[in-house]
Design a protein around this ligand. Structure first.
Ligand code: CA
Length: 134
């Protein structure tokens, strides 16, 4: 395991907000108690994202980003890897449901991942994010 972020120490680690404000959410929403990261979307383009740069440098043959995420209503999940869309759901996510995603990562480089989480003035919630490699 290359990294694990559960936000339960009250810090965001290396996670940032892209077109949105990222902050710690306590007690109200969590996959692991008591915290998750909340992204409050402020883009009129509806593309507020959790963002992280992941380093997969090493003697690996496979690497994945695995995370749990929840959305306010009206969000259609998608993921950009190195600024290219690599996944987009064909329908909107349900609210009040934790989804788990596993995203394959390129090997032996630093990869930018943007997880679309929130439209304009809507929230997304992220918890228990792992990067694993073998
Ligand atoms: Ca947590």
């Amino acid at each position: 395991m290359l990294r694990y972020d559960d936000f339960d120490d009250g810090t965001l680690g290396s996670w940032k907000g892209y077109r949105g404000e990222i902050l710690i959410e306590s007690y109200l929403y969590y996959r692991s108690w008591p915290n998750c990261a909340r992204l409050y979307g402020n883009s009129i383009h509806g593309s507020g994202c959790f963002e992280i740069d992941v380093d997969t440098t090493g003697p690996y043959t496979e690497a994945y980003l695995i995370y749990s995420i929840q959305f306010d209503s009206g969000t259609r999940p998608s993921v950009d890897v190195n600024y290219t869309k690599t996944f987009e759901a064909d329908q909107q996510a349900s609210s009040n449901v934790w989804y788990r995603f596993a995203i394959p990562l390129p090997l032996s480089l630093v990869t930018n991942v943007r997880i679309l989480a929130a439209g304009n003035q809507r929230n997304g919630y992220l918890d228990d994010a792992y990067v694993i490699a073998k």
